[in-house]
Design a protein around this ligand. Structure first.
Ligand code: COI
Length: 356
């Protein structure tokens, strides 16, 4: 494996007040960089002081969106050691995104090592306090100074980190979700299963509309029939209809979330099977009419578990579980955050120490 060089800052920054951090507003003292040049491959992995990067105005990522990213978190366990949650899965997914966007694959072990070393350097930035973590954002951009449309020959892999609180201001309290029936996010054959900037750009218009009306996020339907449930803005989504826990199957237009995967494994370890299948909005509404829409919640790295208290479908406001967090969402939130923060043993081998 290539050696990662480390240059430390001479001017460490003041850390933010954990109670006022919000999400993604502050950045740590260091960042990771690695270059790709055709003929040379990925090279020069390095940790340097955090700061602006030189970028030619013609850099291809700025024009054609050849970019991928990941989201993961570092925590402190009960012994105060810095830990990561399933970093290997993030880097495997990064390469899934890379493959779709014609970005040269990265060495997943080196990428995990880069995260570990960066977190170790900025360990003091892991915030203390309920519902806080150090959010880690690996990303790759195409930097060729060129306006033709073709896969880049020069790229930059970076990792930056931000101490964060809850993603939604509601925290673990239920959010209101607007079912989007006008705009679509992705279609099969497109890039919906990847973590790339364009998917999030595609979501802004609908999100703005939802926010204006007082809702936190949108629930996307499939882009072809506008019938099947896909995902919520920044999260995968689960419904409990009667006794069945359902999450939309991964068929090419939905992101394969690490929290989604972990939630399914956790539920199954408790004897609760999860149906990964197509789920139509009509089926959810019919279940609500019968009084069988028991729970709904989103799962994601940033948001962790976010209960859905109200679903807005056209003129209808469907209140779920009296706008209270339901037992399945509550159990998942508690177990996941307890495992991540080392408050209970990790029977799955998901938690990885940053040192050693
Ligand atoms: C994450 O959950 O890590 C995400 O990538 C969502 C993000 C766009 C804030």
């Amino acid at each position: 494996m290539q050696t990662i060089t480390i240059t430390k800052t001479a001017n460490p920054k003041q850390k933010p007040d954990p109670a006022k951090m919000g999400f993604g507003n502050y950045f740590t003292d260091h960042m990771f960089l690695m270059n790709y040049d055709a003929g040379e491959g990925w090279h020069n992995p390095r940790i340097v002081p955090y700061g602006p990067i030189p970028l030619d105005p013609s850099a291809m990522c700025l024009h054609y969106g050849q970019e991928v990213f990941e989201g993961m978190k570092a925590y402190r366990n009960a012994e105060g050691e810095a830990v990561l949650f399933r970093p290997d899965r993030n880097m495997a997914r990064l390469n899934i995104s890379n493959e779709r966007l014609c970005i040269p694959l990265v060495d997943e072990k080196l990428a995990v090592e880069a995260v570990k070393q960066l977190v170790a350097v900025d360990e003091d930035w892991i915030p203390q306090g309920k519902d806080t973590a150090l959010y880690i954002r690996p990303f790759i951009i195409a930097v060729d100074p060129h306006l033709g449309v073709h896969p880049a020959e020069h790229l930059l892999f970076m990792i930056i980190m931000s101490p964060v609180g809850s993603y939604y201001k509601e925290g673990i309290n239920p959010v209101k979700i607007f079912v989007e029936q006008e705009y679509v996010r992705a279609v099969k054959g497109g890039m919906g299963f990847t973590k790339t900037a364009g998917n999030y750009a595609a979501s802004l218009k609908a999100q703005e509309k939802a926010l204006k009306n007082g809702y936190s996020q949108v629930l996307w339907l499939d882009g072809v029939e506008r019938k099947y449930i896909e995902e919520v803005g920044t999260m995968n989504v689960f419904f409990k209809l009667g006794d069945e826990v359902i999450t939309p199957s991964l068929e090419g237009s939905i992101l394969g979330g690490i929290t989604r995967m972990s939630s399914i494994q956790l539920l199954e370890s408790k004897g609760i099977s999860v149906s990964e299948r197509r789920l139509s909005l009509d089926e959810v509404v019919a279940a609500a009419d019968r009084g069988e829409l028991m729970e709904a919640f989103g799962t994601g790295t940033a948001a962790v578990i976010s209960p859905i208290g109200e679903l807005i479908v056209g003129d209808r406001h469907i209140v779920i579980n009296n706008n209270q967090i339901g037992p399945v969402a509550k159990m998942l939130y508690t177990e996941l955050t307890d495992i991540q923060n080392g408050r209970i043993p990790d029977p799955f081998g998901w938690v990885v120490k940053v040192r050693g």
